[in-house]
Design a protein. Structure first.
Length: 373
């Protein structure tokens, strides 16, 4: 009986100490597992957010271009003075991002980012899975607001490194986003846009020439020009006038001519030797009857158009005189008959047109075409 009562007294001190030790070890292990699980979740959340930030950068690029094509004639023009495809760093955790559409803004909000400021440019900070803001560093080839975007042509894409640092200074998650694949995609699209505009200009010239030479022939009392004069006239220049489809008519000198082609119909403005303003581009696309999206390339840059250029694509010194009888006499070696003082046109066909992107005073990318004559 004595032995039985002794066994019922309880655990010995040694047993209690061992139990406590086992529990402590177990709890330590559980804590480590919980901490590791928490860190893994934070890392997973951070990785997911980085992916969303990349998606937001992608959409911002696309939406900015789409906005420029629809609403202005290029970066720096009315409605797009703040325009830029690429964010710039305000500090290590804040970006300045051009977000002209609600879709672009929603993409950043979905990535766990906070937007401050007002449309179209916002200051953006983005929360990581660790409860701290992402850090933005290594930003290269940023486009200045309202400036020409050259990265797609020079093959120098924009890039930005997105990372999060945990307590102790350790970088937990890091990734670099680059616009290279977008630049390549939009380069092909830009190439087609430029060629489409140039083809429209070339087709206009050919159709005007064909009409004047084959249909609007020189007959008594009806106007029109002799075939030689038709072939020498750079009809593409009528695009810059007030009546791009008006035919040559009106008796000028027994019996043919284009007496109604005043400086309004056939402009004498040297401004149109290089079309590179919003107003000039608006007139051009309206005269061609094409969409205003062809005022820009596919990066949102304003296109520069030289309706008449030399064989190297450079602008000419003078504008062509209006079509008239004995137009050939205005050219070098002509007698001068039928040409008023100062109205001589010094260029012989074939004529060349050029469309491209101007930056720093020169075309960084362009296409040219030779018009029929």
């Amino acid at each position: 009986m004595h032995s039985s009562r002794k066994n019922q007294i309880g655990f010995t001190l040694v047993e209690v100490v061992l139990a406590i030790a086992v529990i402590a070890v177990t709890m330590t292990g559980v804590a480590l597992i919980m901490n590791k699980a928490g860190a893994m979740k934070s890392t997973a959340d951070a990785l997911a957010n980085i992916k969303k930030i990349g998606d937001a950068l992608d959409l911002s690029y696309r939406e900015a271009i789409s906005y420029a094509e629809k609403n202005c004639a290029g970066w720096g023009q009315t409605g797009c003075t703040a325009g830029t495809l690429t964010p710039s760093g305000l500090n290590t955790t804040t970006l300045s991002v051009y977000l002209p559409t609600q879709s672009a803004r929603n993409a950043w909000i979905s990535a766990g980012c906070t937007l401050s400021g007002s449309a179209p440019t916002y200051s953006v900070t983005c929360l990581s899975g660790y409860g701290t803001n992402f850090t933005f560093s290594g930003i290269l080839n940023t486009q200045a607001a309202g400036a020409v975007y050259t990265g797609g042509y020079s093959k120098t894409p924009y890039s930005i490194t997105i990372s999060v640092t945990i307590p102790g200074g350790t970088t937990a998650v890091q990734d670099t986003w680059t616009s290279g694949y977008l630049d390549a995609e939009y380069f092909d699209r830009s190439n087609q846009k430029i060629l489409t505009l140039l083809r429209a200009i070339k087709a206009y010239h050919f159709n005007r020439l064909l009409y004047e030479s084959n249909t609007n022939i020189c007959t008594a009392g009806a106007g029109g020009l002799a075939s030689t004069d038709d072939a020498l006239t750079p009809w593409v220049w009528q695009l810059t006038g007030s009546a791009p489809q008006q035919r040559c008519s009106g008796v000028e000198v027994s019996p043919c001519g284009c007496s109604e082609f005043t400086t309004s119909v056939w402009t004498n403005s040297t401004a149109y030797l290089q079309i590179d303003t919003e107003a000039e581009l608006n007139q051009l696309v309206n005269s061609l009857g094409i969409d205003t999206m062809y005022r820009t390339d596919s990066y949102g840059n304003m296109l520069t158009v030289r309706l008449l250029a030399d064989r190297n694509g450079n602008t000419l010194a003078t504008v062509p005189s209006r079509p008239k009888i004995t137009y050939a006499d205005c050219l070098p070696g002509g007698s001068g008959a039928g040409c008023s003082a100062g109205a001589a046109w010094t260029q012989l066909p074939p004529y060349t047109g050029v469309v491209g992107v101007l930056s720093g005073g020169s075309m960084i990318y362009s296409h040219k075409a030779v018009y029929a004559n």
